[in-house]
Ligand binder design. Structure first.
Ligand SMILES: *[C@@H]1O[C@H](CO)[C@@H](O)[C@H](O)[C@H]1NC(C)=O
Ligand SMILES: *[C@@H]1O[C@H](CO)[C@@H](O)[C@H](O)[C@H]1NC(C)=O
Ligand SMILES: *[C@@H]1O[C@H](CO)[C@@H](O)[C@H](O)[C@H]1NC(C)=O
Ligand SMILES: *[C@@H]1O[C@H](CO)[C@@H](O)[C@H](O)[C@H]1NC(C)=O
Ligand SMILES: *[C@@H]1O[C@H](CO)[C@@H](O)[C@H](O)[C@H]1NC(C)=O
Ligand SMILES: *[C@@H]1O[C@H](CO)[C@@H](O)[C@H](O)[C@H]1NC(C)=O
Ligand SMILES: *[C@@H]1O[C@H](CO)[C@@H](O)[C@H](O)[C@H]1NC(C)=O
Ligand SMILES: *[C@@H]1O[C@H](CO)[C@@H](O)[C@H](O)[C@H]1NC(C)=O
Ligand SMILES: *[C@@H]1O[C@H](CO)[C@@H](O)[C@H](O)[C@H]1NC(C)=O
Ligand SMILES: *[C@@H]1O[C@H](CO)[C@@H](O)[C@H](O)[C@H]1NC(C)=O
Ligand SMILES: *[C@@H]1O[C@H](CO)[C@@H](O)[C@H](O)[C@H]1NC(C)=O
Ligand SMILES: *[C@@H]1O[C@H](CO)[C@@H](O)[C@H](O)[C@H]1NC(C)=O
Length: 418
């Protein structure tokens, strides 16, 4: 009995091996579906290849160059991704591919109904309206039409794409004037995104939104990055958004109509980038800002912040960009800022700081940019600035310093108004 049992086992193992080998080779052999190959070729043919269409990105090249009528396996074409088992086209990345021309809802692109990822960023769609048929690609989790010269109202059909985890329609501006081309009025921001509960990335910079940020965003616990610069935002920034557990980037620059203030922060925050330049945020910086362990970028210049700068700001070990300029801060600049040794950019200009710049600034050996102009600093010209060997921009203008800048001779620095 034993030998035959062993033989049976061997046979079984051999069969298993063959089966595995067979299924492996059959996966390799799956070709793309004819109708999808045709749709892709028609999509390619609907554009002109023009280098200036992707001039903004340095790594651009025409990915569709190796799409040919002879090539049967469209799954091996550049930028095309197929499901390994069904062979259906599930991803299309034609970002930065020199595509120039118009697109509408009749495009063969919309025959690719299994698409989960679509990236057409950094091309030139010649002021086309975003096709409403995009709303029929119901499997989409990733949609990226940034920087690709789309114009007009964003169609309401996009709001049907409830699986989206990433939506990027940013930077659709006129290539010659940098004027915003896209609008989000009907639907508005709230009705567009309210059902996107899995959203991680919402990038709509340079879309004319002209409405408040909907508070429903505070329910999107996966939200990681929020880019809404130059959107004409209005109203108050919903405070609970700051407490989203996965949020890393808040980019709201150039929205003068947007008001808000900071909450009490806490150690659980993942925030890396907090950019509010040229908004109407106001209030004081609470000491708890020092709890933002991960913070790398704090840009709150040209806002309405008031009060003292808390010494806890020096507790942010990863901070490399700090802009507190053009606010209503007053009092002493805390010496703890000398602990921010990764800082390469520090802008304190146009505040009502008093007394001397702290000596500890000499420790900021990574500084390339330092603007402390139009404050009320007194004392001798801070000699230690001479040790900041990486400085390329230094503006000390319009303060109450005494003494000479001899220590700086030999550097090619920008010294305005001194
Ligand atoms: C097309 O180009 C991509 C990227 O260079 C390459 O991986 C792929 O094998 C090419 N496909 C064909 C059919 O030449
Ligand atoms: C771009 O749009 C203009 C104006 O509508 C049109 O004349 C031109 O033919 C379009 N170019 C392409 C490549 O579609
Ligand atoms: C869509 O674009 C195609 C090709 O440019 C054009 O032939 C067709 O008339 C357009 N359809 C609509 C509804 O504009
Ligand atoms: C999109 O779906 C709607 C409703 O199912 C349908 O009427 C329309 O023809 C579809 N559009 C395209 C371009 O497939
Ligand atoms: C969209 O695509 C561009 C170009 O590939 C890329 O830089 C950008 O990060 C993408 N956006 C998102 C949200 O992935
Ligand atoms: C969002 O979902 C709700 C319930 O599922 C639905 O009634 C509503 O029409 C959806 N809104 C949009 C804008 O799709
Ligand atoms: C957030 O979700 C909760 C629970 O589902 C709901 O009660 C609340 O209305 C939502 N908030 C907003 C602003 O939609
Ligand atoms: C810190 O924030 C988290 C998330 O918002 C919250 O659950 C926690 O209670 C907060 N802890 C303190 C001490 O405030
Ligand atoms: C501030 O943003 C507004 C738009 O909200 C813009 O018009 C203005 O030029 C910006 N100011 C500066 C100094 O960039
Ligand atoms: C911000 O400050 C400017 C200049 O002082 C002032 O005109 C504006 O009303 C302030 N905005 C808010 C929201 O406090
Ligand atoms: C931060 O700076 C202050 C004042 O310059 C100093 O007393 C303190 O020891 C520093 N802390 C750390 C962690 O380096
Ligand atoms: C500047 O650096 C030199 C040598 O690296 C050191 O001797 C000197 O004390 C420093 N000066 C200041 C003001 O920190």
């Amino acid at each position: 009995m034993r030998p035959s049992f062993a033989f049976a086992c061997l046979l079984f193992i051999l069969t298993l091996f063959q089966l595995t080998a067979f299924s492996f080779s059959s996966v390799q052999a799956v070709l793309c579906h004819d109708d999808e190959r045709l749709a892709l070729m028609q999509f390619k043919e609907s554009f002109v290849i023009d280098e200036s269409a992707s001039a903004a990105s340095s790594y651009a090249y025409p990915k569709v160059d190796n799409w040919t009528f002879q090539g049967v396996d469209c799954c091996s074409w550049d930028g095309v991704e197929c499901d390994q088992i069904s062979g259906q086209v599930i991803g299309l990345d034609l970002s930065s591919s020199f595509l120039y021309g118009s697109i509408n809802s009749s495009s063969s692109l919309f025959h690719l109904v299994h698409l989960q990822k679509l990236n057409l960023a950094h091309n030139d769609f010649n002021y086309s309206v975003i096709p409403s048929a995009l709303g029929n690609l119901s499997m989409l989790t990733y949609l990226n039409l940034s920087n690709s010269v789309f114009s007009g109202q964003i169609p309401s059909e996009i709001s049907k794409l409830v699986r989206l985890s990433s939506l990027d329609l940013s930077n659709n501006w006129d290539p010659s004037s940098f004027q915003r081309l896209l609008e989000l009025k009907m639907p508005n921001l709230k009705s567009l995104v309210q059902n996107f509960t899995d959203l991680k990335h919402l990038h709509l910079s340079y879309v004319d939104v002209a409405s408040p940020i909907p508070s429903v965003l505070a329910n999107f616990s996966s939200l990681t990055s929020l880019h809404l610069g130059h959107c004409g935002l209005l109203g108050k920034f919903p405070l609970p958004i700051f407490h989203l557990p996965n949020l890393q980037t808040i980019w709201l620059v150039h929205n003068l109509g947007l008001t808000g203030y900071f909450p009490e922060f806490n150690f659980t925050s993942q925030l890396k980038v907090l950019a509010l330049l040229n908004t109407s945020f106001s209030g004081e910086l609470a000491a708890s800002i020092g709890d933002l362990d991960s913070l790398e970028f704090l840009g709150i210049g040209l806002c309405n912040f008031t009060g003292l700068v808390p010494s806890t700001l020096g507790n942010l070990p990863n901070l490399h960009f700090l802009d507190l300029g053009r606010n209503f801060f007053r009092g002493l600049v805390p010496s703890t800022l000398g602990n921010l040794t990764k800082l390469y950019h520090m802008d304190l200009q146009n505040n009502s700081f008093t007394d001397e710049l702290p000596d500890s600034i000499r420790n900021l050996i990574s500084l390339e940019y330092l603007d402390i102009s139009n404050c009320k600093f007194t004392g001798l010209v801070p000699a230690m600035l001479g040790n900041l060997t990486k400085l390329t921009v230094l503006d000390l203008g319009n303060n109450l310093f005494r003494g000479e800048l001899l220590v700086l001779i030999g550097k090619s620095l920008f010294l305005s108004n001194y």
